[in-house]
Design a binder for this molecule. Structure first.
Ligand code: F6P
Length: 412
């Protein structure tokens, strides 16, 4: 019988880049993709500093057979917010330089690990110039549409799960837990500001560390809504046995300012990046000082900032990126470019297998904010549905309790 010839991948080169804000799961993703591609016979390159590494003479390293630590957070390839396409900030079309380098370095397949910006640009280059690209999701904000189904109370609805989110959420849970003692000691309200840009997904992780109230960007804090919120703060503080309260607020909360009579986010800088994004930061201080003014309870703001993005990759994320990288192997074998692997449904650690993943079109990812039924805007709290969602990744929320109840000395 004639032996069927299998077309070998030998001689092919795959290059990986990471773009946008880093996450603790980027090195894990690079390592997992590199390993799968190596098994298929690819030589694997790393492009340094996102799209920037494909400009000029190129900045490319060889990852084939190199030792790599996927547990170590961030990206060893470095990242940037360089946009290959012409924008207002940078009208130059950089695509010709990129195509030239793809040719010079003989890159056959490009894997872009990023959010909507990075993967959206890659898809355009694929469509316009036929460069074989594969996307790989990442963001601590968890706002990149992955079409992942969350089954809750027998019903299915669309949620999101992006690599990087679980590690950031776990870190923030631990961070919030730690803050409890200082909030208690001073009988204070702590307003904890959490990254996430225009989405509140990550803010809910503080609830798992003891935050009792929360504000998210999806609910606009009008003048009226603020009054309801201050009432709720007073009530929660009064009912707290500990005489302290932690409130988690998203960096992108839209807040009414009575000095300007406008509703806006608080900007950390007036600069925008090459994708047109401004930097948020500082809302926690504004809200804390308003709380102090309105409730007469001492309140302080605390920006968690880059803490969420920092540190090691956590267990769930590590296994998630491995499963998604298995799907990359599948895409490579089928040569189905322009696609990105995603998790089909929200599953727990044990269920993170390739058969629970699928692929979606990289060009139609877009942003996906926190769904309405994950947050109760009457009580300024995350709902049981959100708690269920995050419980697949984190331990159940900690119940706030105060350990000391000393008998009061009464003068006779
Ligand atoms: O998109 C990820 C993110 O960490 C956001 O949560 C945050 O608003 C932004 O990046 C910060 O960006 P930069 O690293 O440019 O300060």
């Amino acid at each position: 019988m004639e032996q069927k010839k299998v077309r070998p991948f030998q001689g092919k080169t795959l290059a990986i880049l990471t773009g946008g804000g880093d996450t603790p799961a980027l090195n894990a993703s690079i390592e997992a993709i590199r390993d799968r591609a190596s098994v298929l016979g690819f030589k694997v390159y790393g492009i340094r500093k996102g799209w920037k590494g494909l400009l000029g003479d190129g900045d490319i390293v060889d990852l084939t057979g190199q030792p790599y630590d996927g547990w170590y957070g961030g990206t060893a390839l470095r990242s940037s917010r360089t946009n290959p396409l012409p924008t207002k900030k940078n009208p130059e079309d950089r695509v010709p330089q990129i195509l030239r380098n793809i040719d010079r370095y003989k890159i056959d397949v490009l894997v872009t690990i990023g959010g909507d910006d990075t993967n959206g640009a890659a898809k355009k280059i694929y469509e316009m110039h036929g460069v074989p690209v594969i996307g790989f999701p990442k963001t601590i904000d968890n706002d990149l549409r992955t079409g992942t189904i969350h089954e809750y109370n027998g019903e299915q609805s669309e949620a999101v799960l992006c690599p990087g989110f679980e590690s950031a959420a776990k870190g923030l849970m631990e961070y919030t837990l730690r803050l409890d003692t200082t909030a208690e000691s001073h009988s204070r309200i702590l307003v904890l500001e959490i990254m996430g840009r225009d989405a509140g997904w990550l803010t809910g992780s503080a609830v798992f560390g003891g935050a009792e109230l929360a504000l998210v960007p999806e609910v606009v804090m009008t003048k009226e809504k603020q009054l309801e919120f201050f009432e709720k703060v007073k009530e929660s503080y009064k009912n707290s046995k500990k005489q302290s309260l932690i409130i988690a607020v998203s960096e992108g909360v839209r807040w009414y300012d009575d000095k300007t009579d406008k509703i806006d986010v608080v900007y950390a800088s007036s600069e925008v990046d090459e994708y047109g994004h401004a930097r948020f930061g500082g809302i926690s201080g504004v809200i804390a000082s308003e709380i102090s003014k309105q409730t007469k309870i001492e309140a302080r703001g605390q920006i968690t900032g880059y803490y969420a993005r920092a540190g090691e990759c956590r267990k769930y994320d590590k296994r998630l990126v491995s499963s998604l990288a298995d799907k990359i192997a599948d895409i490579l074998l089928r040569e189905k470019y322009g696609r990105m692997p995603v998790l089909k449904k929200i599953v727990d650690f044990q269920e993170l297998y390739e058969f629970n993943t699928t692929t979606i079109d990289m060009g139609s990812i877009g942003n996906f904010p926190l769904p309405k039924d994950y947050y109760d805007d009457n009580n300024f709290q995350f709902t049981e549905k959100y708690i269920d969602f995050l419980s697949y990744m984190l331990d159940k929320p900690r119940q706030a309790e105060f350990l000391y109840d000393f008998p009061k000395v009464v003068v006779k």
